[in-house]
Ligand binder design. Structure first.
Ligand code: ADP
Ligand code: MG
Length: 896
């Protein structure tokens, strides 16, 4: 194609397809040209060619080379330069670029076209010998490393030695003659390593570079990265051949930089970037020299800066998204070399999306679509416990500071290599410490809770990768790392491998201490809260819980919470109700004894006394819960777990009684307890006396619980709150079970309300956890005014897997060996369990169209499952408080 618009036309305006063909870099370079941004002349070889090349086992597909030559002629015409010309030579870069960005994973060769002859021509042209030989040695180094596959260290080492010998600290101190000498050293390296000389023919350089870039699609680190990020292996990379522009033409008027159009850490609307004078290519990203903040450009070249700011704004306006750009200034002339949608922290994502809606750049839908459940998750990143932190600071435990590159706090034992981090992560949390990171270090980064580096800036590899994956990270700490002795030193203090360190990626601090972490206060994040609010609005166009005209558009999100404290947190995260209050959680601790007394004693008075005690306690619990959730529904489940969970351990009790008997003592109470426990022992408690069966067997418990719930609601109402209690009967498989219990619940609560002269509508419903319940849904609706799927049990019973055992046993193997596509306890099995759910919803709604139907299992917080539940027509999902924000986003994604 001559022009990006031709390509777009051919693909009927589908940018995704065009990007798939040209790669992200190529497509965006072309788009920049189209909107009048200055980009060095060049052309793109498509991903199709790459795939064909790999398929042909490293042969160019037919016609490709000829077409490339035609394109190259055009570039020569555009620039007035010629490849290999002895007067005005054209130099190009050969850049990889896949459809989806894989930062730093693949290869790029710069300064192609230089050889002994053209170098001389360039010296004539530029009058700058230093610049030319610096560029030439970069070509030999890059070509050697990328095209010939020589370890980069083989070039870095002699350069380092050379600098030491000559007393140089930084690359930019080397003069022309120095670079000439280094070039000789590099030529030797190539001869020693590969037994060939560096190819002097520019066309040969181009040919070999294209091949190398194609092949770099399949280097192990690229494959690994794709595996981790779910990028398909079949995409292939495009190749961009582009006229070189030179940021290394002196200290005054040339340089290179990278920048974000907004702040990638906190989202503030300001250009955020780094710049290096007299530098080329990846000098900034690699952190070879410490780069200057972008404002340095304003100080030295204000006109260029001004133009840069304007073009950045133009890019944002065109892409309607925050950009991450690479640019170079050659002799006061600004060129853009790359632009792409910027990676950023979750905090930054929420702020930029919120702001762009306010600015009118995008609409709310677009903003929500761009936010992922991972972004929401990352907002839940831990922070240091402020008290312990203060102590650590007072004790002088601040070890080092650096650039705050990726927020969040992390604590762990420190190790110095990627391998060691991976290994030690199996033992406990680790923190990685490196001079700087390279793509090979990514494994270790993933295994670590956080990392810090000695070198590099906010756009270095370590920083970019850490931000993308939410790993707390501090870079550029200026510490001295001795990888051999495995120590890190600064200001005379030395830490050793395995020492505890705590890093704060939000402030850029490293502490030589073990500081525990706690969660962020989400409710204080304004942009986060607002965007989730928009999600809720999309889901319930007609207002919350108004299903008079049929169910709302999307799911509501409720929370599972047992106490007023849990409920308050859930509500602050945006829960619109409590979908599951597990009353048995109120029987823990001291109260377990009272319940046990109730179960074990034969004495009627004692039984009653125990029950009365529980009633008082539960009434108070419910009252507090209803007050915390005033105006919103609270579904309270009657006692559910297998009874033995409240009894003493049978084995232990037996031993105790026999010991006593051996001593000739007989403890009446213990004897009785044992007798009862033996009676109640079950071989399969999960399939035994639990759920509604318990209520049927222990009748008094139902009345007590109903009384406590109703009285709690009455008390709350009398205090001026608006309680909305609902009572849920668990584990029903046969309608007769409901027929047995539901009227009693209703009677007890109605009488109590009447007696108190209070009106509260208390709905009674059932939990659907047994496959049979799904099969007889219409019959259940006679007694149940709502359904709530307990998908954990429903999955367990539908598959016939004991969930407590399966997840640590055979299930892992099943998933590994692809016998199951995924763990059905994590993401709901749509085909099997899902079919039961759908049947139950459809047939249940047939007899009760307005019925609330929810989900209160773990699946209620899983994005994939949420999408399914939304499509199945449920009213709400209920999940743990910390999953509520993710669920709100997922519920909205499901309908956008
Ligand atoms: P990556 O995808 O790893 O960022 P790039 O292809 O963008 O690789 O190139 C690496 C570096 O070289 C970048 O800093 C880029 O700006 C620079 N670069 C690439 N092509 C040119 C060129 N034609 N002129 C000047 N600098 C270039
Ligand atoms: Mg780049």
């Amino acid at each position: 194609f001559e022009d990006i618009n031709d390509a777009l036309e051919m693909y009927k305006g589908d940018w995704k397809k065009v990007t798939g063909l040209l790669g992200g870099k190529g497509a965006n370079l072309a788009r920049m040209c189209a909107i009048g941004i200055t980009v060095p002349s060049g052309f793109t070889i498509s991903t199709e060619c790459c795939n064909k090349y790999l398929e042909l086992e490293n042969e160019f597909p037919e016609g490709m080379w000829d077409q490339a030559m035609v394109a190259l002629k055009k570039v020569e015409k555009n620039t007035g330069k010629k490849i290999g010309d002895k007067k005005n030579p054209l130099l190009v870069s050969c850049r990889s670029g896949a459809a989806q960005s894989m930062p730093g994973m693949m290869d790029t060769v710069l300064n192609i076209g230089l050889n002994d002859e053209t170098a001389k021509a360039m010296v004539e042209l530029t009058n700058d010998e230093r610049f030319v030989y610096d560029s030439y040695r970069r070509l030999v180094q890059g070509f050697g490393a990328i095209v010939l596959g020589i370890d980069d260290e083989k070039f870095e080492h002699p350069l380092g030695e050379y600098k030491k010998e000559k007393g140089f600290n930084f690359d930019n101190e080397l003069k022309a003659d120095n670079w000439k000498e280094v070039l000789e050293l590099y030529n030797k390296v190539i001869m020693e390593e590969k037994g060939i000389t560096f190819p002097q023919d520019p066309m040969e350089q181009i040919r070999m570079s294209i091949k190398a870039v194609f092949s770099s699609w399949n280097v192990p680190r690229a494959i690994q990265y794709r595996e981790r990020t779910g990028i398909p292996h079949t995409l292939g990379t495009a190749v961009n051949l582009q006229t070189m522009v030179f940021g290394n033409m002196g200290e005054e008027h040339s340089g290179t930089g990278v920048a974000f159009t907004r702040n990638p850490s906190n989202g503030k609307k300001e250009i955020f970037g780094e710049f290096l004078f007299n530098a080329q290519g990846e000098d900034v990203v690699a952190g070879i020299r410490n780069a200057l903040p972008i404002s340095a450009l304003n100080d030295k070249l204000p006109k260029c800066y001004e133009q840069f700011i304007q073009e950045c704004a133009k890019l944002e306006n065109y892409f309607k998204e925050m950009q991450d750009v690479e640019f170079t200034i050659e002799q006061d002339k600004l060129y853009f070399l790359q632009t792409r949608n910027a990676k950023r922290t979750a905090v930054s994502r929420f702020k930029t999306m919120f702001d762009m809606v306010e600015e009118g750049l995008i609409d709310k839908k677009t903003a929500i679509k761009r936010i992922t459940s991972d972004d929401v998750d990352m907002m839940l990143h831990p922070q240091f416990d402020p008290n312990v932190l203060k102590t650590a600071q007072k004790q002088g435990k601040l070890f080092a500071t650096g650039v705050a590159a990726s927020p969040g706090a992390a604590v762990g034992k420190m190790y110095f290599s990627s391998k060691k981090c991976v290994e030690m992560a199996k033992e406990g949390p680790v923190i990685m410490c490196r001079p700087f990171t390279k793509p090979d270090d990514v494994d270790g980064m993933f295994a670590s809770k956080g990392l810090f580096t000695a070198e590099g800036g906010a756009t270095s590899h370590a920083a970019v990768v850490a931000r993308q994956f939410g790993i707390p990270c501090v870079v550029g700490c200026n510490v001295q790392i001795d990888e051999e002795k495995k120590t890190v030193t600064i200001n005379g203090i030395t830490l050793h491998e395995g020492d505890w360190v705590s890093i704060d990626g939000t402030t850029g601090s490293i502490y030589s201490a073990k500081i525990p972490t706690i969660q962020v206060k989400l409710e204080e994040q304004k942009h986060f809260m607002s965007i989730l609010q928009w999600c809720d609005e999309f889901c319930s166009k007609e207002g919350i819980r108004d299903i008079k005209n049929g169910p709302s558009r999307g799911l509501m999100v409720w929370a599972n919470a047992d106490t007023a404290e849990d409920a308050t947190r859930a509500r602050s995260f945006g829960a619109q109700g409590i979908g599951l209050c597990r009353t048995e959680h109120q029987f823990l601790g001291d109260r377990a004894g009272i319940l046990r007394e109730f179960i074990l004693t034969e004495d009627k008075d004692k039984k009653k006394e125990a029950l009365d005690k529980l009633e008082v306690l539960q009434t108070k619990d419910f009252e507090e819960l209803f007050i915390a959730m005033t105006d919103l529904p609270v579904v309270v489940r009657l006692i559910d777990p297998p009874l033995h969970e409240f009894l003493p351990d049978l084995l232990e009790l037996t031993r105790e009684v026999y010991e006593l008997r051996g001593k000739g003592e007989k403890n009446e109470e213990k004897e009785l307890m044992l007798k009862k426990a033996e009676q109640m022992h079950e071989s399969n408690p999960m399939l035994g006396l639990r759920g509604v069966r318990l209520s049927i067997v222990l009748r008094q418990l139902v009345a007590m619980q109903t009384t406590a719930i109703t009285q709690g609601a009455i008390n709350a109402k009398k205090k001026g709150f608006n309680p909305v209690p609902e009572i849920m009967i668990p584990l029903v498989g046969h309608p007769n079970e409901l027929k047995e219990i539901q009227p009693e619940v209703e009677e007890v609560s109605t009488n109590l309300l009447k007696k108190n002269n209070v009106e509260i509508d208390i709905k009674i419903g059932t939990m659907i956890e047994i496959p049979r319940a799904c099969l007889v849904a219409p019959q259940l609706t006679k007694y149940a005014k709502f359904f709530s799927f307990g998908t954990n049990d429903l999955t367990q019973m539908t598959f016939g897997y004991s969930r407590d055992d399966a997840e640590s046993g055979f299930l892992l193997k099943y998933v590994e060996d692809d016998i199951l596509p995924n763990n059905p306890f994590k993401s709901v099995d749509q085909i099997g369990v899902g079919r039961l759910i759908k049947m139950c919803v459809d047939e249940g709604r047939e007899s009760q169209p307005m019925m609330d139907i929810g989900v209160c299992g773990e699946h209620g917080g899983d994005p994939k499952s949420i999408k399914f539940f939304s499509q199945a027509g449920l009213t709400y999902v209920s999940c743990s408080a910390y999953r509520v924000p993710v669920a709100r986003l997922s519920a909205c994604h499901a309908i956008l």
